[in-house]
Design a protein around this ligand. Sequence first.
Ligand code: ATP
Ligand code: MG
Length: 624
Amino acid sequence: MRYEDIYRRSIEQPEEFWAEAAQAIHWHKPPQKILEYDKPPFRRWFVGGETNLCYNAVDRHLAERADQLALVALSSETGVTRELTYAELHREVNAFAAVLKSLDVGRGDRVVIYMPNMAEAVFAMLACARIGAIHSVVFGGFAAHNLALRIDDARPKLLIAADAGSRGGKIIPYKPMVDAACAEATHAPPKVLLVSRGLDAAQPRIEGRDVDYAQLRAQVGDAEVPVEWLESNEPSYLLYTSGTTGKPKGVQRDVGGYAVAMAQSMRTVFDCAPDQVMFSTSDVGWAVGHSYNVYGPLIGGCTSLLYEGLPTNPDPGIWWALCEQYGVRTMFSSPTAIRVLKKHDVDFIRRHDVAQLKYLFLAGEPLDEPTATWINGALGKPVIDNYWQTETGWPALTLLPGVEMKPVKFGSPGFPNLGYRMKVIDEQSGAEVAPGQKGVLVIQPPLPPGCMSTVWNDDARFLQSYFSHFKELLYSSLDWAIRDEEGYTFILGRTDDVINVAGHRLGTREIEEVISGHPGVAEAAVIGMHDELKGQVPVVFATMKVAPQDPAGTALALQKCVADQLGAVARPAHVYIVNALPKTRSGKLLRRSLQALAERRDPGDLSTLDDPGALEEIRRVLGR
Ligand code: ATP
Ligand code: MG
């Protein structure tokens, strides 16, 4: 099969293409119409079709693979491993659904899930899907204020929370944060369902509001709860974006289009067949966790590995030990995580037999070439960069080894995924730019199945955030890109990350690549700082693998590296060597805050900031 042929068909005959793809899932009632596009850019896929995500992820497999492992949830924090077959997963999801029903949760009700990577988080999501409730998973590492904001936006009927999370052996009780969030929120849920792992026993209960999962689970026994058949375009779940550029947006996903996208991508993108094992290292609270820890692998009849813990605990080989133990075929992680491993001896990876591993996919932020080359060398397997967003729900740019394995080009996430009509256009004129020229990456609507339907409760924000940037109606989250002669797309960063030095436009990523190429550097963030003379100048913040003996000398060496490789115009005005860089909880660099501090402005919305200490250090070195 040639990628070009299939891709062209997906673009030129989308209705035929997606009608065929839709056969990969179970429909209670087949769709009447494949695509409805009478109110652009809003579109509806598989109109009139009735299906259910939980049915497709669980029940559907019982006939053929009841005894196959569906979910392996391992925690290096608690030392607990849970292995569930499809039959066992079916039982637990039904029980969870029965508990939800007993709490009067039903179709269309929102349920906020505030849990770490544990089996019950998956049961809770699938149980919601089963009864038509709309889940909104909030990353367990978020504090009370973030939780309160999401509660007020989603207005849930129920909040499901774990007793505690654990990070590097440190127990983080959730209950105090739940209580604080409910106190802060205007639309606090009437009921809170607590799932205890025995990590934090001393949790005072609030009479009339708090209920205990173990107790209710015992009451419902092995109850079976019928599947609620939903129209393809009803909401399945809400998920908030990472908040790298500002206030997070509540992405709303549908049912049928998402199920089809998941089934299709497991084959075409991830090349993972039923029976095979997929290991995604994401947290269930992120888009990758939703799509490739839960819905994708389960809809695909695969075994999904869910891991709670640091990638370095008990040692930096843990992920590869798991690959060996479970015979993982497809692995999915992020560049940030690989950069953590890169600080350690490559032998931690090499000592494991990962013969069954076929691919490592990485997504979420630019994959710098030194990191890609390092992990590729350590594993001896293809490392596939893929580009997507919470909004798209599945890869937009990627290689598709399940269709045709094209050569990897480091620095590029490859080609448009099937159904994605992507272009690189000139910011001003809106015309497509020539190969090799920089421009803004856009998707021509209608967005393919799987992508967001709208912003929850806010169609106006959907239009304004994504479709209002150009004269033509085009979707864009304002990433800056280049497409080469062979059609490979390179992401240069966000358009607001572009630095304009005396009329020369430089992507922050280009400079970061050079800095990270220096053997002593662990990670780098580059920003453009206002300059009277040149408009803007590049400023570098870098962390080193080991603290340098001579920081001033190192800074000079880094400035020279950039000038040598990219020209004098790109030479950083300042290089700051720091211990940590400010990141969002999902591991993305908060360049906008660095830039604001450098320019003596307010650092903006910091609700998704991971480690406040990192920003404090930046303030110190900048003297702010
Ligand atoms: P917000 O939209 O709230 O500001 P965010 O854009 O970081 O936050 P996500 O949906 O988690 O939220 O991230 C999507 C963005 O991450 C993309 O728009 C892009 O900027 C970046 N990204 C994702 N994958 C890649 C990749 N493979 N290469 C380069 N950049 C990537
Ligand atoms: Mg975004």
